[in-house]
Design a protein. Structure first.
Length: 127
């Protein structure tokens, strides 16, 4: 009988450890999940690429451009329209620009930040 109780206790502890470890890795868990971290890294890379393309476009044309202008001028070699639920909004305004990455996909119980980059080349988180 003691062996059976010990086995049940050990199984319960193992299940508890497995449950909390899985909860922190799978989408919908608390905090930043592994999937979310990978997505955010990709989004930040896309924002940096778009901002660098804006600098190239500024040098060639004297002003910042829209996403269509960046891709058609070959300043941006790819057109990142979206990534894992994030959409990019490029807003050129003469001698400034703003690129916003806003999550529009399902949230899966996770807070997805809105990220912004401008001519300062600094990525900021906004709400």
């Amino acid at each position: 009988m003691r062996a059976l109780v010990s086995l049940v206790v050990v199984a319960a502890i193992a299940f508890g450890i497995y449950y909390f470890a899985l909860r922190n890795v799978a989408p919908g868990g608390e905090g930043t999940t592994a999937t979310q971290a990978i997505t955010l890294t990709g989004v930040k890379n896309d924002l940096n690429a778009i901002a660098k393309a804006q600098r190239i476009y500024l040098t060639q044309n004297g002003n910042y451009g829209s996403m269509e202008e960046l891709t058609s001028s070959a300043a941006l070699s790819f057109a990142p329209v979206s990534r894992d639920g994030y959409e990019y909004i490029v807003e050129p305004r003469g001698n400034t620009f703003t690129v916003t990455a806003r999550h529009t996909g399902p949230d899966r119980g996770v807070r997805w930040p809105t990220l912004v980059i401008d001519q300062t080349m600094q990525i900021r988180e906004t709400d």
